[in-house]
Design a binder for this molecule. Sequence first.
Ligand SMILES: Cc1cc2nc3c(=O)[nH]c(=O)nc-3n(C[C@H](O)[C@H](O)[C@H](O)COP(=O)(O)OP(=O)(O)OC[C@H]3O[C@@H](n4cnc5c(N)ncnc54)[C@H](O)[C@@H]3O)c2cc1C
Length: 407
Amino acid sequence: MPDQEMQVRCCVVGGGPAGMVLGLLLARAQVPVLVLEKHADFLRDFRGDTIHPSTLEIMHELGLLTEFLRRPHNETRTLRAQIGEDWLDIADFNHLPTHCRFVAFMPQWDFLDFVAEKGRGYADFQLATQAEVMDLIEKNGRVRGVRARTPDGRLNVMADLVIGADGRHSTVRQKAGLEVEDLGAPMDVLWMRLSRRADDPGQTLGRIDAGRILVMLNRDDYWQCAFVIAKGGFEEIRRGGLPAFRQEIGRLVPYLRDRTAELHDWDDVRLLSVTVDRLRVWHRAGLLCIGDAAHAMSPIGGVGINLAIQDAVAAANILADPLRRGAVGEGDLRKVQRRREFPTRATQRLQVFLQNRVIGRVLTRRGQVRAPLLLRIASRWRYLRRLPARIIGIGFRPEHVRIGAPP
Ligand SMILES: Cc1cc2nc3c(=O)[nH]c(=O)nc-3n(C[C@H](O)[C@H](O)[C@H](O)COP(=O)(O)OP(=O)(O)OC[C@H]3O[C@@H](n4cnc5c(N)ncnc54)[C@H](O)[C@@H]3O)c2cc1C
C-alpha cells in the first residue's frame, strides 16, 4: 500500500493533556492542527486523574467551565495524610485566587474526551487515533514532518512545525536527538484498585509508615491506590508472594484489610516506573517538545498534568500568530522554553528534594516514622497550609489563555 501524505500547519504528536489542549487552543486560534495519538481512544487506567484549579481556570477562560463540571467528578478542597500515627492537614485550597478552589478528580479519559469534543467544534482541528509516530522527516537540518504507522498503512505528515507531546518515553525527542538530563528517581509505583465503602474516610492522601507509602485517591466507589516502592523493588515484592503483599496493605490501612482479596493476582497490580528528567534544549528548527516529552515529572504532588497543560497554553499563546503567518522561527520556540523553564525547574527541584529527603528515607527506614517537625507545625497553622495548596493547585507560573477565539 503506498504511503499516504498529508500537509498541515502544525502536527502535534501525542493526545495526552499537553497535546489535546494545545490542539484545541491552536484550532480555536484558526491554526490548522493535526493531533496524532497512537492509541485508539483515551481509555487507559492509572493515568493521573487530577484536574487542578489552574486548569479549571483555563476552562473558565475558554467559557467551558460550567459544561465541564457537569461531567461526573469529585471535588477535593483539603488534603490530609497519615504519617506514622499522626493525621496531618497538608493543603487547603479554599483560599486560592481562582474560580474553583478545589482539585477535581475525574478519569483522564473523560477530560481528554471533553477536550477532543470541543476541538472537533473547530474546522481547523483534526485528531487521528491509532497513528503512532515512528520517525521524523528532516531536510537540510530542519524537521519537516513525521512518519506514522496507522491501521491503513504508513502516513507521512508534512508540517511547518512538529510538536512532541508524546510523554516521558517520547519518540519525538529521541529521534530529534535532543539531549536529556536525568535527575533520577529512587522509587517506582504499584497501582491498584480497591473498593470503597460509604463509611470509609473521604479524601485522604493515604498512609506513610516505616518503609512503606500508600497513596489513596477517592474515586467514589473505589480507591485508586499507589503503593510506593524503592526503585527496582517490585521483583522482591513479587517473590514475597501476593498474600504477604495483601497483608502489608491491610497493616498500613486496616479498614482495607477485608478488601485486599480483590487483588486476585499480580495482573491486578500495575508497575509504573518513575522518571524525572528534562531536555537541555526543548527545540530544533521545525520542532518543539512540551509536557513530559520536555520534562518527565514525578507523581509527587500530582502536578505533571497541570504543568503539561500550562506548557500547552504558553506554546499556543506564543506560537499561534507566527504559525498563522507561516513564519515560525527558532526564536519563537526558544521563547516557549524560556517561559516554561523556570516553573519546570522549580517544580522538579521540589519533587527531587521530597523524593530524596523524605520518600527515599521513609522507604529505607525500619523504625517508627514521624512527620518532619515543619510539617507538623504547618498542619496546625492554617495559613501555612495555603502554600502547598498554591504550589499543587496553581504551580509556580500559571498560564492564561491570551489568544482569542475568532468572532
Ligand atoms: C505513576 C505516576 C502517577 C502520576 N500521577 C499523576 C497525577 O495524579 N496527577 C498529575 O498531574 N500527574 C501525575 N503524573 C504525571 C503525569 O502523568 C504526567 O506529567 C502527564 O501525563 C504529562 O502529560 P503529557 O500530555 O505531557 O504526556 P502523557 O500524558 O504521557 O501523554 C502522551 C500521549 O502521547 C501518546 N504517544 C506516546 N508516544 C506516541 C507516538 N509515538 N505517537 C503518537 N502518540 C504517542 C500517548 O499514548 C499519550 O496519550 C504521574 C506520573 C506517574 C509516573
